[in-house]
Design a protein around this ligand. Structure first.
Ligand SMILES: [Zn+2]
Length: 128
């Protein structure tokens, strides 16, 4: 069904093919994503980056449910709450003396590009 929504930045009205269960808010979001005003274009880029990053996280942490959830929440914090840099540190004991450390850094730059950096290191200690 064709429904009417409006861009949440410039209020321009647009029509989209929408499923019955879509709320007005979802329709407005779709119309905004298709609008050509600069604010809407910036919003569309950010949404695209968020979707791509969420898909990357889902795949990269497919074997680790806890980290997948944690990184997804971290992504939301970076994208929604304006935290421009968040660091997640994961430590794991590999054997009785070796610790694996993974540091994930999510950075959102001024152009709206999200960068996820991963640094992995090992440390061990000997006791005598
Ligand atoms: Zn607009």
């Amino acid at each position: 069904m064709v429904k009417q929504g409006k861009c949440k930045f410039c209020s321009q009205i647009g029509m989209i093919e929408a499923a019955d269960e879509m709320t007005q808010e979802e329709i407005d979001k779709e119309v905004t994503l298709q609008c050509k005003c600069p604010e809407a274009q910036a919003f569309a880029t950010k949404e695209y980056n968020r979707t791509s990053a969420a898909a990357f996280i889902k795949d990269a942490f497919k074997n680790d449910e806890y980290m997948k959830d944690y990184m997804t929440h971290t992504l939301d914090a970076v994208m929604n709450e304006g935290a421009d840099k968040v660091q997640v540190v994961q430590k794991r004991l590999l054997d009785s003396k070796t610790i694996e450390t993974k540091v994930y850094t999510m950075t959102l730059n001024n152009e709206g590009t999200l960068i996820i950096n991963m640094k992995q290191s090992y440390s061990s200690k000997e006791k005598f």
